[in-house]
Design a protein around this ligand. Structure first.
Ligand code: IMP
Length: 513
């Protein structure tokens, strides 16, 4: 039986709307599964995040990182629609750049549709994002793509939507009002405009073309670029994608492509170390304009037996703790440079910081958008129990092959709280308390010390294996340990980047979890 048939018969069954989300901090390999399920789907839609996301698409022999256009675009020729929904913060510059790449490779995008209600990313959002990060000493470690400021404008009721670029007068009016706000804030943050000027010299900001010595932002240049150049290039793709998707529910096969991960959700993650959209299934459904109950099957991706995080924020199981966090954030650090600096690294090294470097190398763990080394830690079941509360219990495990040569494996089963007494309403959390489900509050999470369960490694290469029964017994023990301890159902396992390197276990009985 082909892989596609196996996936359809054993996992998707009669589901019509399927979502792929991440149950960790993003970068768990959603792209591979979106691609795998794209052959099944009629429509592939994104609903959250923006150019902070990144997935690698191979065009010919060259790999390109795409940030906004859904991974399903390579299936346009097969008649599939790709949609960017209303919940996305859309930077037209990035879309145009990605379209140029597709043009160069003669790849069609006739069926790409952009929501008229997508939030419009403007130059001031990138400036604001970068200036705040620079002034706070990279407090959050954002991707610098203007994500937070654009969503802030939306909730602050001064944002623009994509369709505004098609109505020049409306665009100018809204832009003026929006710039008035940002200019006021920037006049305090950067009174002599030196920072703004420097930031605006970046190619993401038209190499300085938007800067005005007198007004900070040159309104005319922005209007020309957005309402003429971008409107001309992407105007015909802009439509009411929500109405279209609502009409498709139950009639066509819809695949929803999540962005980032549950633990970075603005609603469920550990504030402020989060992105600014809701990366859960709830945010995704809303972001494409359908109801959560219209989603028949949610597949949550989980990296195991290790996990990763990019940017600042609590990560209880991190190999090398604080040292690793600082190291990964250091200016100019790359996974190649760390291999030179710390060549004595290995999967079994006694020093866990060096163990982390080895895992990063074997797993190729560098940020697709920023190129930063990703922080690595052990699989954390309290965090998994937390994310499956919203995303459901059907999971896909990825990257297990990275641990093929490991002697032993540590999995965090619970935390012991080691911080000062901490009030939570009537209850006081005290030193020594055991927690099985991760708390959202970073003030608690940062004092949580993991309790590890130890399992033996399988010491066998696995990327060539195609069935669950053929997997080493010790790997299966690990899979079943995760299922038991986190009350999840593992429906697929990924053992490498290629689509065929996928084990379909099935068993996603019934629809909704
Ligand atoms: P922002 O989304 O650029 O505002 O960044 C906020 C936080 O989310 C930072 O810690 C980023 O590193 C993290 N982040 C944003 N997008 C991704 C992603 O696609 N993968 C992993 N981390 C991300």
């Amino acid at each position: 039986m082909s892989l596609d048939t196996l996936v359809q018969n054993k996992v998707l069954k009669d589901a019509m709307t399927v979502a792929i989300v991440c149950n960790q901090f993003g970068d768990t390999g959603k792209g591979k599964f979106v691609d795998l399920l794209s052959t099944w789907a009629d429509v592939i839609a994104r609903g959250t995040g923006g150019a902070n996301a990144g997935h690698t698409i191979k065009i010919g022999s060259v790999e390109h990182v795409f940030h906004l256009i859904p991974s399903g675009i390579l299936h346009d020729r097969a008649g599939k629609y790709n949609i960017i929904g209303r919940g996305v913060v859309l930077d037209p510059r990035v879309v145009v750049k990605e379209l140029d790449l597709l043009d160069k490779a003669s790849l069609p995008y006739e069926r790409l549709r952009l929501s008229m209600n997508a939030k419009l990313v403007l130059p001031q959002h990138l400036v604001m994002d970068r200036i705040k990060e620079a002034k706070s000493g990279k407090e959050i470690g954002t991707t610098g793509r203007g994500i937070g400021p654009c969503y802030e404008d939306h909730t602050g009721r001064r944002g623009l939507v994509l369709n505004d670029i098609l109505n020049r007068d409306v665009f100018v009016r809204k832009l003026k009002r929006n710039l008035a706000h940002h200019n006021t804030v920037l006049s305090t943050l950067d009174p002599d405009m030196q920072f703004t000027k420097k930031i605006m010299e970046h190619e993401h900001l038209a190499n300085g073309a938007y800067f005005s010595q007198t007004q900070r932002f040159d309104l005319d240049v922005i209007v020309e670029m957005y309402a003429t150049t971008y409107a001309g290039r992407i105007g015909a793709m802009i439509t009411d994608t929500e109405a279209r998707l609502r009409d498709y529910v139950g009639r066509k096969k819809i695949l929803l492509e999540g962005a980032q991960g549950y633990l970075l959700s603005v609603d469920y993650g550990s504030h402020p170390y989060v992105t600014s959209s809701d990366a859960s299934i709830e945010g995704l459904a809303k972001g494409v304009g359908i109801r959560v109950r219209d989603v028949d099957l949610v597949l949550g991706i989980v990296k195991a037996p290790y996990m990763t995080r990019v940017g600042v924020g609590p990560f209880p199981t991190e190999y090398g703790g604080e040292r690793s966090e600082k190291h990964c954030q250091a200016e100019g650090m790359t996974i190649d440079l760390e291999q030179e600096l710390y060549f004595d690294n290995a999967l079994h090294h006694d020093n866990e910081f060096l163990r982390g470097i080895a895992i990063r190398k074997i797993g190729g763990e560098k940020g697709a958008t920023t190129g930063r080394p990703r922080r690595v830690g052990r699989l954390d079941l309290p965090l998994l129990r937390y994310s499956t509360q919203t995303n459901g219990n059907k999971v896909i495990l990825t990257k297990l092959d990275v641990f093929d040569d490991a002697d032993k494996i540590e999995i965090c089963k619970a935390y012991v709280y080691k911080g000062p007494a901490y009030r939570m309403g009537k209850y006081t959390l005290k030193q020594g308390h055991i927690l099985f489900c991760a708390p959202q509050d970073p003030e608690i999470l940062k004092h949580c010390e993991p309790i590890y369960g130890k399992l033996p490694g399988w010491n066998q290469k696995t990327p060539g294996i195609r069935t669950y029964e053929e997997l080493p017994q010790k790997m299966r023990d690990l899979v079943e340990y995760i299922e038991r301890k986190a009350k999840v159902e593992v429906v697929m396992i990924s053992l490498g980047p290629e689509r065929e390197q996928t084990i379909v276990r099935g068993g996603a009985a019934g629809i909704r979890s």
